[in-house]
Design a protein. Structure first.
Length: 233
């Protein structure tokens, strides 16, 4: 984690997002508690606006744009949920948004982005191809490129999930978080470890896509082949 990124950044994001996002429920799961022998709670981010936590980071990052940056608009690449978050954030703030997605992105997600006013560019068969095309467009268009993972302020926005968890369950001992690009994990861990240094943070990855696990093990960036998946990002 970047030493310049602290719980203060997450708290700023929380204050900025009040009223703009939903505070999602945290409820006990009887089934998982019975199966595990522990008290297990679920954080219902599927009930968040756009259906995922990613709108948190997108909205907060766009809140920090300068007037000139807002005038020129934003551009990003996504395979799904990040695109919806950026599209909603742009609509809320009156900012134009261009979103590059793989050509095989489900039509329902493309339609939702367009309904929110975003321009959707279909390119390539894989996310990496859409991402590379997005970076090329960003170079010449003057729009601010928004990364869904490699941006500390996006992580701060995502970290507000952790703020809500600790508010609703102050004595939580372990937080298990799904890991893709690790923005959500980083934001939650930064807040939770500041509030309670003894808390255990666990990142969970699919055995079919375990890149971060292998990077930690090798202590360097590594590539892991990812088979076809129903997960869209």
């Amino acid at each position: 984690m970047n030493p310049g990124f602290t719980a203060v950044d997450v708290l700023r994001a929380r204050k900025a997002l009040v009223g703009a996002i939903e505070k999602t429920p945290l409820t006990r799961s009887k089934m998982l508690s019975d199966l595990s022998g522990a008290e297990v709670y679920l954080k219902w981010e599927n009930l968040q606006r756009t259906g995922s936590y990613k709108v948190r980071g997108a909205l907060y990052r766009m809140n920090l744009l300068s007037p000139e940056e807002r005038r020129k608009g934003v551009i990003t690449a996504s395979a799904g949920n990040w695109a919806l978050g950026v599209a909603l954030g742009a609509q809320s703030l009156g900012i134009s948004a261009t979103i590059c997605v793989p050509a095989n992105t489900p039509k329902v997600k493309v339609s939702k982005c367009e309904a929110l006013g975003a321009e959707v560019v279909l390119h390539g068969s894989y996310f990496d191809e859409a991402f590379a095309h997005c970076k090329e467009l960003a170079k010449g268009g003057g729009k601010t490129f928004m990364s869904g993972t490699d941006d500390l302020q996006v992580m701060a926005g995502h970290g507000t999930v952790g703020v809500e968890i600790l508010e609703d369950l102050p004595d939580v001992e372990t937080i298990v978080c799904p890991v893709g690009g690790a923005g959500l994990l980083s934001g939650i861990a930064t807040w939770a470890k500041t509030v309670n240094p003894g808390i255990r943070i666990v990142g969970a990855q699919s055995t079919a896509a375990y890149t971060l696990h292998e990077c930690f093990k090798a202590k360097r960036l590594v590539e892991v082949p990812v088979p076809p998946t129903i997960c869209e990002g």
